[in-house]
Ligand binder design. Sequence first.
Ligand SMILES: [Zn+2]
Length: 641
Amino acid sequence: MIGVNTHIYLLHFFYICRQHMDKFIVSARKYRPQNFSAVVGQNHITTTLKNAIKNNQLAHAFLFCGPRGVGKTTCARILAKTINCENITLDGEACNNCRSCTSFNEGASLNVHELDAASNNSVDDIRALVEQVRFAPQAGRYKVYIIDEVHMLSSSAFNAFLKTLEEPPPYAIFILATTEKHKILPTILSRCQIFDFKRITTNDTANYLQEICTKESIRTEPSALQLIAQKSEGCMRDALSILDKIVSFTNSEVSYQNTLEHLNILDAEYYFRMVQRMSEQDIADVLLLFDDIMYKGFEGDMVLNGFLEFFRNLLVCKDKKAASLLEVVENFRDKYFQTAEKTPVAYIISALNILNETEINYKAARNKKLHVELALIKLCYLQQALEISAGDTGVTKKKSVESAIPLTLRNIPVLEWKKKGEGSRTTKQAAPQNEGPYQGGQGGARLIIETEEERQPAAKNPQPVAAKPVQPSAVAPTPSPAETPKAAEMPTTKLGALSKIRKQFAQVNDTATGTMKPLTIEALQAAWADFANSLREAKNPAVQSFERAELKVIDDSLFEIVSHNNLEQKFIDQQRMRLCEYLQALFNNKAVTYRMSLHDKISMPVITDVQLNSKEQFQKIVEQYPLVKELKDRLKLDLDY
Ligand SMILES: [Zn+2]
């Protein structure tokens, strides 16, 4: 099937070639710019060169660096022609009419010598060139030597060239061109005026292609030219040769579909459909779509690559600032923006990650199709996975290290409060809703108190509670029966325990001004246990360290945490802010703080200064583990003294 197709294509190709043979010149040659102003995308260089020519300040050696196909050789040739022109225009351009210019344009000038260093890189080649330099030009002012791919010269060739480059005769000008500037010896670099050529932008390329197509009366679709420009990645020569190829294949009809086919690019439409199906978790359709793509002759890695680029484009659309980086066919621009709006950033980034990994491992995979399919299936379930790990905050925290973060993001339970929220209450509600009780500090605690009173008039008994605060028993978090159901109705689950405690204490506490409560060991231990509980509910790994720690009250506002090792100490200290805020609110004492110390009674092995010899070591071991002696005797082992 494929064989027949190719055969037909080839026949078609030869037929067209025959038709066009007489007038067909490769565009890259036919449309090589004849003066500086025609060079695409290198204004910074052509302007400088023109000015240098106008002011007669030419260097005797130039180095043109930059990616391939951006106009280095072209500029070198234009420069050679211009400086030899008999009537340079005021603008600093060649006239293209004089004898010198016409001989240049016909490629017959004796004043320009081109050497391709890629194939002529030996010392002899350079010596031959240096030999030529000695003779002054017979006509014209300058002899120009263009050495292409100069980084390919062998080091001995470089050295043979160095002397001439340093002190050339006044009529000689060297233009070295390279794609790899870093490979040029510093001695050469320092003797040249360096020009860095830029990659040609997609827009510039597309516009230039359009110009040529108009001149050649080729029917084109702008999206097709944009596609070619993208594919050429800033290399004009590639763009032109692609255009030539498509023109010759399609009988001068460059349409979007034709171009896709010839460049073997998968239509972005497929990716849009794929993403749509993925958002619907329609695995069957996604797999069918992929099968369809494979059937069209696209390889799995190309699909992955295209999909990666697609997601990259979506990500770029997410931000107005970055949107200028979006390089897609104009027709699709809006569609990209619409799709990006519907797709969450977290999804895009995770998708990029999955696809990237799949692409990296693609080579190693034995079943390539399955390998890609697995990635697509993952993408189908990705949104769901993200939602689960995100909870209700919308912030992904798959591998949340600091589990304090969710707490600060939770709302305090003000839902019912809002219903009644009128008059003075509404003003208090103005406090940011998403601000957690910890950020609120003491203010947060008081906020809850008011809620409390309002929600449960029965609990509004400040008198007996105010009498209690000194009693440590009141501090213990035994929820009153009236309170238990209320705790259950609280929307925030993880925070439940902690805010429950806070509420209890808030009740106990004087609501308006608050009297300071003494820091007793019982109250502290109860509070400590509750704090640890809240950590456990939040699945914070610090909880074990909290449980193992011992507490000592030093004075009214200082206590000591004794932990068993540095690691535990660190775990506890990571909670410092929250712990202090919690205790300060609880004891109504802004000064409450703690210091840390390590347990003294840790049984560390006693390190003796005395170096034991092996016999003594053995005896020590036997003291501790008598079975070792038996082992030695039974196996008739000897000690190696
Ligand atoms: Zn001229």
